[in-house]
Design a protein around this ligand. Structure first.
Ligand code: CAA
Length: 258
């Protein structure tokens, strides 16, 4: 399917999705969010793809939800459309890993979109922020909840209440991003991580992703039990036999996803 607001390439088991509204700094309008949900559904159904990299431009990952689209909306319209819910649910429910490769601005909905991904690799010029307070509104795609879990209450309150932006170094120190690299190496670094993931057992990858996400939803003892039961269940797959046999035989594993 062709998209107006996304550029998508596939190689080596990885889908690279570039947000592509350069004139609006990749502001997230309904069209882009709808296309992103549709693209993810296509990727989910394609067994040849094992991981996604989501990126923007060197200047902006995304400068937020599209303020021009939202400005005149009424409460009834926002509520009836359940604004942002469909796209957020498409990412939350996506079972393959998504890596956000963030250069430049990741503000408001852009920061929230990055946080919806499984991990964030940042370019040195990345700027994260939740500046919605400047507009008389608030985060609306989970930012108040996810940012607080990533960086703690004090930094989250500081950013949400004052609109202060966090640079890449602070974001790495604070646990918001997993690595920081030079901007010209950003997409390659994310693609390299994605290729590694795509070369592994897709079943084990999905299970590992579910386990880590469960840590945000449950108590420690319930989460550890969830992990142990899923770990046991992995022994039902051929990929476990293949992975362990390959280690013992000192050869690369040939995972079949079965
Ligand atoms: N929505 C719509 N258009 C946007 C946009 C946004 N979020 N961010 C930038 N743009 C547009 C600008 O209007 C401008 O368009 P024109 O050329 O037609 O005027 C173009 O992108 C370039 O932007 P600037 O000229 O402002 O570029 P700059 O380099 O001077 O500033 C910036 C960059 C600091 C990111 C600034 O654009 C900015 O502050 N953007 C808004 C950031 C923001 O408030 N984001 C939160 C949005 S609300 C939200 O996201 C709600 C939610 O939680 C879901």
């Amino acid at each position: 399917m062709a998209y107006e607001t996304l550029l998508i390439e596939h190689a080596d088991g990885v889908a690279l999705i570039r947000l592509n509204r350069p004139k609006a700094l990749n502001a997230l309008n309904s069209e882009l969010l709808g296309e992103l949900a549709a693209a993810l559904a296509e990727i989910e159904a394609d067994d040849s793809l094992g991981c996604v990299v989501l990126t923007g431009s060197d200047r902006a990952f995304a400068a937020g939800a599209d303020i021009k689209e939202m400005s005149d909306k009424s409460y009834a319209q926002m509520f009836r459309m359940n604004f942002f819910a469909k796209a957020a649910q498409a990412i939350e429910g996506f079972r393959k890993p998504i890596i956000a490769a963030v250069a430049g601005y990741a503000l408001g909905g852009g920061c929230e979109l990055a946080m919806l991904c499984d991990f964030i690799i940042a370019g040195e010029n990345a700027k994260f922020g939740q500046p919605e307070i400047n507009l008389g509104v608030s985060p609306g795609i989970g930012g108040s909840q996810r940012l607080t879990r990533f960086v703690g209450k004090s930094k989250a309150m500081d950013m949400v209440l004052t609109a202060r932006q966090m640079d890449a170094a602070e974001a790495e120190r604070s646990g918001l991003v997993s690595r920081v690299v030079a901007v010209d190496k950003l997409v390659d670094e994310a693609l390299s991580a994605a290729r590694k993931i795509a070369s592994l057992s897709p079943l084990a990858v999905m299970v590992n992703k579910e386990m880590v996400n469960q840590a945000y939803e449950t108590t420690l003892s319930a989460g550890v039990l969830f992990e142990r039961r899923l770990f046991h269940s992995l022994f039902a797959f051929d990929d476990q036999k293949e992975g362990m046999a390959a280690f013992i035989d000192k050869r690369p594993a040939d995972f079949k996803g079965s």
